[in-house]
Design a protein around this ligand. Structure first.
Ligand SMILES: *[C@@H]1O[C@H](CO)[C@@H](O)[C@H](O)[C@H]1NC(C)=O
Ligand SMILES: *[C@@H]1O[C@H](CO)[C@@H](O)[C@H](O)[C@H]1NC(C)=O
Ligand SMILES: *[C@@H]1O[C@H](CO)[C@@H](O)[C@H](O)[C@H]1NC(C)=O
Ligand SMILES: *[C@@H]1O[C@H](CO)[C@@H](O)[C@H](O)[C@H]1NC(C)=O
Ligand SMILES: *[C@@H]1O[C@H](CO)[C@@H](O)[C@H](O)[C@H]1NC(C)=O
Length: 473
């Protein structure tokens, strides 16, 4: 009996144990089932993390590549080649030199180039542009196969295109305040006018009319402070240069640098002016840069610019994003003029704009015509910086376009900038002169007449508004 009881107890204990085990099994069996799944998932995840892509899919190429799409079933369409060119452009001198610079400042490639192996072929061999002397570099003619056939101005440009360090000869001292009040007393509009030593009459007309320095009223607005400067190189005529020195003492509005004042050297006036402006008048809100044979309706330009600024402020208030910041950025990149799109280099050596294929290949970027353009002071500071990364180009307004392209700014076209005068086929409008912001080209005599017309418009033209794009154009 006792043994039986012992036996049953043992059996019972075993049964209990079994029951326990069954209960345990009942509770934990999902765990056992899920364990392999868990292990599988963690293995796959670890693999995917260390290998960057999941096991089943084809691996993406190491470097992101562009142009031409490839479609596969597993991947979104992706480009097949680099979206920047890796081979150096050998066909044209400017493109070749610029390609090296663009690559050096390509933010993605930059790190690669900085690490020793890099894509740096050719970088070191042509590193002579900055610093060095400004002596003509005749060796560069070897880089242009048809050098001997080029026009004289093209030859002159090519052998001196590495240099932009020309000393100042004449400089006004107090165009802009540089004391503690520099910012509050900064000009609203800074006029920078390209002229040549001998053009005394043009400068005199400008001083007395649209280029008056001081507070200038808008037509509908309070206007603001206007300052004026003339940009010059050197002429060969010593007598003329003497007169210019005297003129500079009289008016204090001449900046002159020591380079030959030729058509293909006009770009120097841009880069040297930007540099001067960054140091001497960086707070000016807007800059007008243009020729000395244009007429501009300064009061209308002031109205336009103030309205444009206000517009941006209103838009920002409305959308209510951190207003001061985005207003800043909007006016930061402001540039307006007669924008020329899809222009190609002129290949006939009969024009002064002639640029041979051995020097430049491709289209020109969009650019505002150099007769007259208005941009914000902050854009000028950016242009000053980026111009150090863009090789000089013989045509100054195209060069501005090249710089804009590299800061990612599109110039705004305004139909009231008539850098090619009124269209000939346009019906005559008696108030036409009151609908423009700028018109080229005008003699000093015209400028005087147009200015008095601007100040005292005839009654029927008092309401004239700015030109808009013609529908049929
Ligand atoms: C202009 O081009 C023509 C034909 O291409 C050539 O014969 C002539 O020598 C060139 N003139 C100059 C000044 O380069
Ligand atoms: C530009 O100016 C420099 C310095 O005076 C001169 O050597 C060069 O020939 C000029 N370039 C052109 C294209 O006239
Ligand atoms: C704009 O933002 C300010 C502060 O963030 C707020 O007080 C104001 O009501 C907002 N205005 C509008 C029109 O949303
Ligand atoms: C506009 O100004 C020019 C002077 O530049 C003048 O010749 C022309 O007659 C003016 N047009 C009108 C309609 O007054
Ligand atoms: C100019 O505008 C004013 C007010 O807007 C108007 O009274 C006047 O008739 C207009 N003049 C002309 C010539 O259109």
């Amino acid at each position: 009996m006792a043994t039986f009881r012992k036996l049953t107890r043992k059996v019972c204990m075993a049964l209990n144990l079994c029951r326990c085990r069954r209960r345990f099994l009942l509770i934990c069996s999902p765990c056992f089932v899920l364990l392999p799944v868990y292990i599988y998932v963690s293995v796959v995840l670890t693999y995917a993390m260390t290998h960057g892509t999941s096991v089943a899919r084809p691996m993406l190429p190491l470097r992101f590549i562009a142009t031409g799409l490839r479609f596969t079933e597993d991947l979104a369409p992706h480009p097949e080649e680099h979206f920047w060119k890796t081979e150096l452009d050998n066909g044209a001198l400017w493109n070749f030199l610029q390609h090296i610079k663009d690559r050096r400042y390509n933010p993605i490639l930059k790190q690669k180039l900085d690490s020793a192996e890099g894509l740096g072929d050719g970088e070191r061999s042509t590193g002579k542009e900055s610093g060095g002397s400004c002596n003509p570099d005749y060796e560069i003619s070897n880089a242009i196969p048809d050098y001997e056939m080029l026009t004289t101005q093209m030859k002159d440009f090519v052998v001196s295109m590495h240099c932009r360090d020309y000393p100042l000869i004449l400089e006004p001292l107090d165009v802009c305040d540089d004391g503690p009040l520099a910012k509050t007393r900064a000009p609203l509009l800074f006029l920078a006018i390209k002229t040549q030593s001998a053009n005394f009459e043009n400068r005199e007309a400008i001083r007395k009319t649209w280029g008056r320095s001081g507070n200038v009223m808008g037509r509908e607005n309070e206007g603001g402070l206007v300052r004026r400067i003339f940009l010059l190189g050197m002429s060969k005529d010593l007598l003329v240069e003497d007169k210019l020195t005297f003129e500079s003492k009289m008016h204090g509005d001449i900046i002159q640098w020591d380079f030959a004042d030729t058509f293909f050297n006009l770009t120097l006036k841009d880069v040297l002016f930007w540099d001067w402006f960054s140091r001497r008048c960086p707070h000016a809100r807007f800059i007008f840069k243009g020729d000395d044979d244009v007429f501009i309706r300064t009061p209308a330009i002031l109205d336009y610019l103030l309205a444009e600024e206000k517009n941006v402020t209103n838009v920002t208030n409305f959308t209510n994003v951190t207003s001061s910041v985005s207003m800043q950025t909007k006016m930061d990149d402001f540039i307006v003029g007669d924008v020329i799109n899809n222009a190609a280099p002129l290949r006939s050596n009969q024009t002064k704009y002639f640029v041979p294929e051995s020097f430049y290949k491709g289209m020109y970027p969009s650019y505002p015509g150099g007769g007259g353009v208005v941009y914000s002071g902050s854009l000028a500071l950016k242009l000053s910086q980026v111009s150090k990364r863009v090789h000089l180009f013989p045509i100054d307004d195209v060069y501005v376009g090249m710089c804009l392209q590299r800061i990612g700014v599109s110039p705004i076209h305004h139909p009231a900038f008539l850098t090619f005068d009124f269209p000939l086929d346009e019906p005559k409008d008696p108030c036409a002169n009151h609908t423009v912001l700028l018109v080229h080209k005008r003699s000093p005599k015209d400028v005087f007449r147009l200015w008095s017309e601007t100040l005292t418009p005839s009654p029927e033209c008092r309401n004239a508004t700015l030109r808009v794009e013609r529908g049929d154009a």
